[in-house]
Design a protein around this ligand. Sequence first.
Ligand code: GLC
Length: 455
Amino acid sequence: MKTSTLLSSALIKQEIRDACKDLVLPDDQLRLLMQKFIDEVNKGLAKATHDDAIVKCFTTYVQDLPDGTEKGNFLALDLGGTNFRVLLITLDGQNFDMKSKIYAIPQSLMLGTGTQLFDHIAQCLALFVKDLKLQNEVLPLGFTFSFPLSQHGLTEGYLVRWTKGFNCSGVIGEDVVALLEEAINRRNDVKIDVCAILNDTIGTLMSCAWKNQNCRIGLIVGTGSNACYVEKTKNAQCAIPGNFSEKKPHMLINTEWGAFGERGVLDFIITEFDRAIDENSINPTKQLFEKMISGMYMGELTRLVLEKLVNAGLLFGGKCPGDLRKRGKFFTKYVSEIENDPKGRYTNCREILAELGLRNVSDQDCENVRYVCSIVSRRAAHLVSAGIAALLNKMGEDNVTVGIDGSVYRFHPHFHDLMTAKISELQPYKFDLMLSEDGSGRGAALVAAVASQRR
Ligand code: GLC
């Protein structure tokens, strides 16, 4: 390479670094974030401040962790990620079997009426049950519903807001269990006993706890992001007296940390890219922490940075294919795929750029694209790590296992290692990160199992 080309590529690299610098979070900023997060968690937990709190820390009424003796056949529904699933789970000691079916939820349903959504869910459930010839049995069901719910008990949960891509009318403020039961009754062709409604973080925690008694935190880094943890029952101040046991030592708390950052709390780290994402979302000013982390937004964040670099003449010689200028065209899975290329090779990167209409891209451009992906995914991993470190500090115990599920954590090649390193830096306790095997399905069955035994 000529000296002048080398010099200009070094200059370009520096300018790209400068353009991305707000996306790099030093430890002092992460520590400040941890402090602010814990303040918000405490506001969510306390009765006097809960109603006005941003990080709601909802009481889940799940107080028993599984002990491995759970038995029986359970149905589970899982709504809230990219797909909707119906599952039949058989638990027997440490054996576990699962049959499941995935159904698409078209965007028209995600943005339609609540009645349409619940009729669709009930229809899928009925088809599944009839396929397995179980329509004459009364089956206990656990409903993983991964949205913020204000729960009054294990089978009563009022939707507080929609998040991620959903916005169905007539559901906010309603009891989602009642809506499901009404839809099942409208059909009148299967017998179901809804035993529990739970968040996907709870399902993940339960599923991991079934295998590993140290699991005390459940985390999702998928379409959305959220965490739950084991709190002392006496600190669950918003739990409704009579609907839980004061004698049991623990209560699982669903933090709903995705909402963190609303009302300016995270303005010290919010970038121009985050603002653009927020403004173009279906829920502007809401779920800001989630928008900086999760799979629903990571691809688009990357695209916005790439577009800025092209406009500044720092990428692809300033020329941009039409698709890279279109919202939503750079998928989150591209980030994982590009970062999965071995060092110095750009096979996935070139394939993806070709899909977007860019051919004959130089190695240097590929390297720069990879750099942008890594900056966006690293920030996400560091933000999640700060949240987990803050919870570990709050719990103050060694050897807590964090059960984790979600497409970003599962498929990104470095997310796990980035988190392990950063959490270790930010707090003093020993911990483990454990990938959940089918968190939502088995977890829902475990919550239903405990609940149906109690009945
Ligand atoms: C969103 C939902 C939350 C869920 C998370 C992960 O943040 O509000 O309930 O746990 O996504 O799916």
